[in-house]
Structures are given as C-alpha cells and as structure tokens.
Write a protein that binds this ligand. Structure first.
Ligand SMILES: Cc1cc2nc3c(=O)[nH]c(=O)nc-3n(C[C@H](O)[C@H](O)[C@H](O)COP(=O)(O)O)c2cc1C
Length: 241
C-alpha cells in the first residue's frame, strides 16, 4: 500500500481540474475549540510581545535537546512558549491572526499542553484557549510517562517540564481545500512548532520536536477522536542546565 504516494498524487492541484468551487460560508466550521464552563480555567501570564533575544541568535542556538533535568519551568516561560506558538497578534473585525501563518487563515491546529512540572500549575492535560490566552484543565494527573510510552518510549517526554501536542481539526481546512487540506495541516504545524522551539531558546529552555508516536495513544491522552481531530506533532520543552 502506498498511502503516502496516493495522498501526494490525489491532493495535487491541476489547472484542468481546479474548477471554480464556491465556498459555503454558512457551513464554515468554527475556528476555536471550547470546553464546558465548569472546567477549571487558568489565565496565563501576560506575554512579553516585544522583548526576547535577537532572532538570528535564537536561530543559531536552537538545537533539538533531549536530556532534561526534572525541574520546574516558570509560569512565565510556559506562557511565552504558548503565545509564541499560537498567540493572537492581530484582531480585525471578522478575523484573528496569530504568530504563525495558516493556509487560508483557517487555523486547523489545536494546542494541548501536557504539564509535568510548571510552577503554579498542577500536572495534567490542558487545552490552550487561543483567543483568551488561557489554559483549560481537561484532565488532572501526571501523563508524562504515558506520553513517553505513546512516543515509542522516548523518555524526554517524561522528563520534560511540559509537552505540547498539536492536533488537527481537519474539517476547518477541508471546508475550503478538500483533500489538499492534508498537505496544509502539516505545514501549519511545522510553522507553529518552530515558533515554539525558538521561544524555548529565548526562555533559556531546551525543546525537541517529536513525530514518532502511536497516534491512537496520543489521541486518547488529549481526548481526540482520531477522525475529526487527530494528533499530528508534538514538542517537548524542558530544563537543560
Ligand atoms: C518532523 C520531525 C519529527 C521529529 N521527530 C523526532 C522524534 O520523534 N524524536 C526525536 O528525538 N527527534 C525528532 N525530531 C528532531 C530531529 O531528529 C532533529 O531536528 C534533527 O536531528 C536535526 O537536529 P536539530 O533539530 O538539533 O537541528 C523530529 C524533527 C522533525 C522536523
């Protein structure tokens, strides 16, 4: 079976096939994931939007770091990495734009934060609420070991201070791009994860991107159904020195 080849071939744009499909605006999927109001919500520290290290130096110093001390990261560090990955940077009448680009401005990627050791936060699975820069506690408990097992036994996910799981809500992108949406979600996630990695360097933290994992197991940890929403990428963040 050559699923990858099929995916690449079937999602090609061809001049003779790209007909003028009009978009059904009434059926446009919502851009944000919400949770019942009774779940605990944690405001994140106000992000620093102007400081941080110079870009070229951050690029020079970013490296995939896999050996973390089991130490706590500050709440400010967590806030800074989340905002850099997906924070809102521009609000217009009908739209909100973020730190990372997104195909068609459709923002199909959700961010979950699996906290192992962050000052002021209990360990658990949290969801990042983009428009209000806050975390909702979805499940309390230490899921670091379970996440490491789901990631083919990569221990850095257990030792990390927190891990970010990026999932795709595919309908948001399919609404416009149909099958080609599958190409774009991975590009969106790449931009987001790189922002997180550079922010980690700016905060004096180490990070590593993670693509090797058992999909079903990670989906279960974040509470995704694996079809309408599925995990596609992760980033571990921790203390290295
Ligand atoms: C899509 C993708 C998936 C990756 N998956 C893993 C992974 O599962 N485990 C890991 O240790 N590193 C993973 N990495 C990190 C790469 O091994 C690393 O980026 C590469 O060796 C280059 O090193 P550098 O990041 O320090 O420049 C991944 C990187 C990318 C871009």
């Amino acid at each position: 079976m050559n699923y990858g080849d099929d995916f690449q071939r079937l999602s090609r744009y061809n001049r003779d096939k790209l007909g003028g499909r009009s978009l059904d605006w009434a059926a446009k999927p919502g851009q944000y994931k919400t949770y019942p109001p009774e779940l605990e919500r944690f405001e994140l520290e106000k992000p620093d939007r102007n400081g941080g290290g110079p870009l070229y130096s951050l690029l020079q110093h970013r490296r995939s770091e896999r050996n973390y001390k089991t130490a706590a990261v500050s709440a400010a560090g967590l806030s800074q990495v989340l905002w850099s990955a997906q924070g809102v940077t521009l609000r217009t009448e009908h739209h909100q734009f973020r730190t990372a680009p997104s195909a068609g401005g459709l923002f199909p990627i959700e961010t979950y934060c699996i906290i192992n050791n962050v000052e002021g936060f209990k360990p658990g699975v949290y969801h990042y609420q983009v428009p209000i820069h806050a975390l909702v506690l979805v499940k309390e408990g230490n899921f670091g070991l379970e996440l490491a097992r789901a990631a083919l036994g990569q221990k850095m996910l257990r030792d990390a201070s927190f891990n970010l799981v990026w999932s795709a809500v595919i309908e948001r992108s399919k609404w416009k791009y149909e099958q080609r949406a599958y190409r774009y979600i991975y590009l969106d996630a790449g931009h987001i994860a790189q922002n997180a990695a550079l922010a980690a360097v700016a905060c004096g933290l180490g990070s590593c991107q993670v693509g090797a994992f058992f999909d079903d197991e990670v989906d279960k940890i974040i509470g995704a159904d694996g079809e309408r929403e599925f995990s596609i990428y992760m980033t571990s963040v921790g203390v290295t020195h």
